[in-house]
Design a protein around this ligand. Structure first.
Ligand code: PMP
Ligand code: GLU
Length: 397
């Protein structure tokens, strides 16, 4: 018998965001003039004050294995950040630092899910949620939201999706990919439903917390009755332009934090020593230090919405945060452009890559097959040129 891969891996999709970014990189290397708007990655450099902290850490010989749950002083900085930004009071034993928020999410899934446990994912959801849940033996249960409701799940939809097997609800706010921001009122309505279902744990992914143009960010754990059953996920990749440094973290009830510590202790150990020292500087700094990046994203959001608004056939919501627009492109389905039939968002995304040389990500990967994700974490020049090219191609429909 031939050696084979595990069913788990065979049933797993490749990350569509990373796959598209790799394809765009490949085409660029071949000399094609590709504009990459597929990856959710700030185009800024990590701020100097953070880089300085990393340089000092190297000189101070931070080179040994780190505690599995993170350096004690980083955990304290995280505790204080949660108080400052989220009115959340965690103790250090409720904080776990990981190699990116992606690992935080994987830890939580492995720590909580038994085979067959259901996880409610309001769709669109971030690509990796469904695959992480499946890898941990869980069953993703998509709840389709609508552009009319700004891609947010209502209390009624949540109630209808709950079954005796529901173990968790995972969502991000601001949302990747829709940019939607749940208000306190909306979260309270969801929390009200959960009151009658004690066994459900919420994973609130707040990695885009600071990239918020509506002004207020509400953490699910700050809603009355929710802290004991919520895992708050956050990280420095987005707001601090630190994607490659790979640091994320959770605030969670101690029993969950301990279980994540156990998982991480067997799989990767503590996160990188230098990156952790740098993140202390990032989190201790006032948010005003990174405001210039948030302001830029805000300007770009407005510019991109204006320019895309000139293209017939795209339906847009106004994203309140993150750095994505998520147009519904179903008006183009069934049409033919440059000899290529567009049956779905994946076809359209490929058409734009080949004919406009612009890399986007199909909504299919986010549980929203009518949509396309465009990241505006790119320069104004690139964004203008990309949208000009998209417009040219789509005008031929
Ligand atoms: N959650 C969301 C919603 C994201 O967009 C990302 C981006 N990669 C992550 C988690 C993971 O972030 P990281 O692993 O870089 O901390
Ligand atoms: N979160 C980013 C995105 O959605 C980074 C890529 C990834 O980790 O999937 O594009």
């Amino acid at each position: 018998m031939k050696p084979t891969l595990s069913d788990k891996i065979l049933n797993m999709s490749t990350s569509a965001t990373l796959a598209m970014a790799a394809k765009a990189r490949e085409l660029k290397a071949e000399g094609k003039d590709i504009i990459g708007l597929s990856l959710g990655e700030p185009d800024f450099n990590t701020p100097d004050f953070i880089k300085e902290a990393a340089k000092e850490a190297i000189d101070q010989n931070y080179n040994s294995y780190t505690p599995v749950d993170g350096y004690a002083d980083l955990k304290l900085a995280i505790v204080q950040k949660f108080v400052r930004d989220n009115n959340l009071h965690y103790s250090p034993s409720e904080i776990i630092v990981s190699t990116g928020a992606k690992q935080s999410l994987a830890n939580v899934a492995m720590a909580i899910l038994n085979p067959g446990d259901e996880v409610i994912l309001p769709a669109p959801y971030w690509v990796s949620y469904s695959e992480i849940v499946k890898l941990a033996g869980g069953v993703p249960v998509e709840v389709r939201t609508t552009i009319e409701n700004d891609f947010k799940m209502t209390a009624e939809q949540l109630e209808a999706a709950i079954t005796p097997k529901t173990k968790m609800l995972w969502y991000s706010s601001p949302c990747n990919p829709s940019g939607s921001v749940y208000s306190e009122k909306e979260l309270k309505a969801l929390a009200e439903v959960l009151k009658n279902h004690e066994g459900i744990i919420v994973v609130s992914d707040e990695i885009y917390e600071h990239i918020n143009f509506v002004g207020t960010h509400t953490s699910m754990a700050a809603i009355e009755g929710m802290k004991d059953r919520t895992v708050t996920v956050n990280g420095v990749s987005k707001a601090f332009a630190m994607t490659g440094w790979r640091i994320g973290y959770i605030g969670a009830p101690e029993w969950i934090a301990k279980a994540c510590n156990k998982v991480q202790g067997q799989i990767t150990s503590g996160a990188n020593c230098i990156a952790q020292r740098a993140v202390i500087a990032a989190l201790e700094a006032p948010v005003s230090k990174i405001q210039y990046m948030i302001d830029k994203f805000h300007e770009r959001r407005d510019m991109v919405l204006n320019l895309l608004g000139e293209i017939d056939g795209l339906q847009l919501n106004v994203p309140g945060g993150a750095f994505y627009v998520f147009p519904n492109v179903s008006n183009f389905f069934g049409k033919t452009i440059r000899g290529k039939v567009i049956n779905n968002a994946t076809d359209l995304s490929l058409l734009l890559l080949e004919e406009a040389q612009v890399a986007t990500v199909t909504g299919e990967a986010f549980g929203a097959p009518d949509c396309l994700r465009i990241s505006y974490a790119a320069s104004e020049e690139e964004l203008k040129e990309a949208i000009k090219r998209i417009k040219e191609v789509l005008s031929e429909a």
